[in-house]
Design a protein around this ligand. Sequence first.
Ligand code: SF4
Ligand code: SF4
Length: 432
Amino acid sequence: MNHYVNREIEYYTTSLLGKNFVFFPETISLLEIDNKLFELLKKGETYQNIVLPKEVLEIFEQYGRLNKTKSEETKLKQVTHFRGLTLDVTQECNMRCAYCYENSKEFDRLSRMDSETAKKAIIKLLKPDMDNQRRRLTFFGGEPLLNFDLIEMIVSYVEKMWPDRFSFGITTNATLIDTKIADFLTKKKFSVLVSLDGLERTQNILRPLKDSENSFIKTIHGIKLLNEKGLKPSIRCTSTSVNSDLSNFAEVFKELSIRKLYVAVVSTSNEHMIPESFELTSSYQKLYEYFRHKNGTFLGLVSSTAKKIESKEFSANCTAGRTMVTLASNGDVYICHRKVGVSSFFIGNVISNTFEEIVLTSKSKLNKLSSKIEECKNCWARNLCSGICMATIGLPEKHFRVYCEFVKKAIELSFVEVARKKSNSVPTTTGS
Ligand code: SF4
Ligand code: SF4
């Protein structure tokens, strides 16, 4: 790996799974290169003292030139409505996960959202009468299926008021899914994200049910019911020191139909629970290799990054507080779904504050939170990675290092993924 940058040119080279790459961060351009050029770039300590073939030099000048990419800073000025709303339909949960961030929040764990609060929030924050663009509702908790009646009611309300304008998502532990719920989620075309941390023993240690029943069996049963209806959920695995070896997932997924696997590094101030980055990244790579032969786009972060490279789409910082906000069960609005109950992320109340007040508060709080994120500015991955998650500010330094290594590994695997789909070797005039 070699990241070279001077005042005019920047590039990054890496070699993975038998392929060599040069990546130009400023223009999100990726080229697969041969061994000869890779060795040349590796040997030369700086771009200036390498003698490059003319056609290669031209490519470097075209893709590697720095022109100071602009920030997303001003986007909030134009906010007239939010595009997505996460509804914390209940704070209650039937699990007691070992790393649950909900435990540290200041609210009533039994509180449930009512339909009037949800409707007010949809109208005030999403303004669906304003235009014909689509809006998204994501149901979250606690365990949102503990308030399934409200979910059904809200879905039927928006479908009646604004037919075909809403899409739906839910993050669930899947243990409460029965035939009726599976049928509903399938018919309403929900994107379902199921939290699952590994095989039976691991899942039962990390995500035990409150009543001590086997949570793995219940979660797998819920997924199978969805599969029977034709719905393929995605999986979210929270990586900890207990389950940092992700290769187990190959076993789990043999008998299940899964769309994608998303991996997150556990958000905790307990350093012992944070996984070791080598174990996490090497098992992630193994999983990529395992699934590549079946379905190369299986790993969520690899596949979304590959798409960004192919379309040269710059990664904005996360959408929290910009295009998406979260509603707590009592009507309070927060920047991020993981920070409900945390005052630095609180941006108003849907009953007592106007839309404009909520947007202004969001902007000012985002500025404060983002100003703490300095380390990403010179990173070679900055235009593909959304940077440090605001929700993890204040966690141990180890968390950031592991997260960072993991993201970089996923981005490098996405290079392989792009190259796999398209062979473009240097010398050539084609960038990705
Ligand atoms: S989080 Fe890490 S990989 Fe992402 S931009 Fe920041 S330094 Fe780079
Ligand atoms: S702040 Fe972090 S957890 Fe919240 S939406 Fe953004 S990336 Fe996700």
